[in-house]
Design a protein around this ligand. Sequence first.
Ligand code: MN
Ligand code: MN
Length: 468
Amino acid sequence: MSEKTMGEKLQEQLLDTPKNGYDRIDDATQAAIQEFSEGYKAFLDNGKTEGEVVEYTIAMLKEHGYEEYQLGKKYGPGDKLYLNNRGKALAFVTMGTKPLSEGVKMVASHIDSPRIDMKPHPLYEDTQTAFFKTHYYGGLRKYQWVVMPLALHGVVVKKDGTQVKIHIGDDEGDPVFVINDLLPHLAQQQSQRTLAEGIKGEELNIVVGGCPFKDDKVSQRVKLAIAKILFDKYSIVESDFVTAEITAVPAFGARDVGFDRSFVGGYGQDDRVCAYTSLIAALESPNPTYTTVTVFADREEIGSCGNTGMKSAYLKHFLADLAAPYGIPVRNILDSSECLSSDVAAAVDPTFPDVTEKYNSAYMNYGVSIEKYTGSRGKSGTSEASAVFFAKLRKLFDDAGVVWQTGELGKVDQGGGGTVAVYLAEENMDVIDVGVPVWSMHAPFEVTSKLDIYMAYRAYVTFLNMKD
Ligand code: MN
Ligand code: MN
């Protein structure tokens, strides 16, 4: 082996040259990466709405000894508990050996994803076809949601309070639903529209049937026939839709992508990829030094508003109640707490290189992405982690062999976005964004890297088990 030149030595010593994650791991880790994604794909398939994620997660928590939080109870080291907020948001806790006054280690993700909700009066008939009118939720690109199989998920709460679950389209043999688009032969005018207007909100109408009810005495016979099927199957009538929560989601499940199976493709990975990895990290951290809090927030995609979103007081109230038996004011917990805002990052897409700045963006397979700030333009609407906090995590993750990278959300003037980080920072915690890079974010079929997923999990485990 020839000796390194001075230039090579200096390069190694002085320059920060990011490396592909696969060049930084051993064969055992590579096998673990493949294995880890299996549970993740099952999580995606079982949780296409925030309600389903909460239900699936609680079952896993119970298997691992978590119990529902009891107000007023004094919890001690190693105790495991969860708080279910209206079946849509979740916080789960493992009590540490240090007192709560020394703060908690929090990992906060969100479990809502862009989707297509039904309007209060969804069912109508036009030209002997029955449709559902919809109202999209979150920042989705409407043209991506047409001409593909959709499933309907949700719950109908009837006047007497009984709940009827809707879950149709995912299982083999189920019918699916679809939003139509024009044929190219007649799309001359539509093709002149901008991409943003290519499909408009009021064109997201879902085909739900076409067979008329056999009775000459009534009008709207297809609508009536569908109403009858809904009544026979779910015991619901048209007015029950007004108080229902039904949404359309992609009917297909999560799949491996690529000949080498190095990617996961699937719906709702923003941000269930961070939810799943933080869940497994918490389950594998039964005896933490600091109390750990894992949060699955709702409503992030529409601005974290509402009682199940991160702007809601519920989380702070919960921490206050948890500390009350010890006589610790909640502000003393928050002031000394540290939090990872675990949300996805935008990965550089080689097909669309112009929107990202290549020296400061997250890349697929380069590990979990740590972002000091998000926001748009002049760091608008974001919190920014301190250099002290970031440096502490840098050492922690490097020492634990976590493969990580850093990035910004696109070019400075390109656009931007935010995460729940800002709302947690406003409670006076140290917060930084740590999440998985994604391609085609908010599309019906988003793509992530299995290596990055695994490294997010490794980062969260390392963080939750911090000793000081
Ligand atoms: Mn997100
Ligand atoms: Mn999002």
